[in-house]
Design a protein around this ligand. Structure first.
Ligand code: ZN
Length: 135
């Protein structure tokens, strides 16, 4: 199953937790009994996916601030497309997450949310969702 995420800025973290849970409800028959694993994969080289605090949006801003410090916009990059910082951030954050599912619900901590990380937007992006059933 693939769903899309529309990003609005050059760099942006979008909370997709509810979207993932909705996809899960659609895919898994008798979702309330489903127990397994949910693999999320981002098929892009300038975007990523991560799990972090969703309660305070400042956390996402701070993570982006630190990534911008670690990976400067201007440097002696060789990639001619001009978006090397986005490629580097994509690799640092990573292209996939694996999340347990219990009783049809994503197993996340109280403060955790799943974030799609855009580093070269705005674009329409894809997220792949694969389920592994433990039954
Ligand atoms: Zn590029």
């Amino acid at each position: 199953m693939i769903f899309t995420v529309k990003t609005r800025s050059k760099t942006e973290f979008i909370d997709i937790t509810l979207q993932v849970q909705e996809q899960l409800n659609q895919i898994a028959k008798s979702a309330d009994l489903f127990r397994g694993l949910c693999m999320l994969f981002v098929p892009h080289t300038t975007a990523a996916i991560t799990i972090n605090e969703s309660a305070d949006p400042s956390v996402q801003t701070d993570i982006q601030m630190v990534l911008n410090k670690i990976v400067p916009w201007e440097a002696a990059y060789r990639h001619l497309e001009g978006n090397s910082p986005a490629h580097v951030k994509s690799t640092l954050v990573g292209a996939s997450e694996l999340i347990a599912i219990d009783n049809g619900r994503l197993v996340l901590g109280t403060w955790q949310g799943i974030f799609f990380c855009e580093f070269d937007g705005p674009r329409t992006r894809k997220v792949h969702l694969n389920l592994l059933n433990n039954h």
